[in-house]
Design a protein around this ligand. Sequence first.
Ligand code: SF4
Length: 234
Amino acid sequence: MQLPLGSDPRTEILRRLHAGMIAAFGRIVRPPDKRRSPEWVLAHGVIGAQTKTAASNASTDGLLAEYGSWEAVAQVSLEELEARLQRQTFPSVAAKRLKDCLQAIIAERGAVDLRHLGNLPLEDAMAWLEQLPGVARKNSAGVMNASTFKRKAMVIDGHHRRIMQRMGIVPAKADTAKTYDTLMPILPHEWSAEDMDEHHLLLKKLGQTHCRPRAPDCANCLARQDCETGKRSA
Ligand code: SF4
């Protein structure tokens, strides 16, 4: 039987988790001037596999500074792009994905310009992004939420997925898309796009400090009372 909207008990758990993380870590709010363009966030995600955020930030800024536009970056040879992406963990993969993605956007839109997505329903905008080479759910949600679009889409990375799985909020083997599809309908209705961004950034912090990939520190974790794994470890 389908629960009425807003009555899923996991919604209240997410509210408590959010408040607990703010109490433990403080607010992590992305300042307006740190919101990048949707095109920048897309490129950043396409080259970012297994790479620290700071390195991908530097690579993405470096490409724009050197070539001046994403259309110009799309014309650069794969060898040259690879040489410019040496900070990335997989430079050759990043170069090919980025070139393919930018060229696909130019073929469809005539330029690397994602403004049309701002007028589409969220699901349609994300589906459009996910048909591009190298773009999966984490990146499409990032473009819609963490860029200047500021739309209500939850970004899911490895920390976020692992914590939701361990807490029993999403199925144990849920991939990123399944985690997203499970979470979106049960998020507190009052959360703004900025709240979703902050929730994701706070979960990254929890994943780096307590709910680490190996040896989670359940005994000292703020989420323990609501966490299936934490309760089992008591
Ligand atoms: S109680 Fe343990 S498993 Fe649950 S979120 Fe905290 S560290 Fe992770």
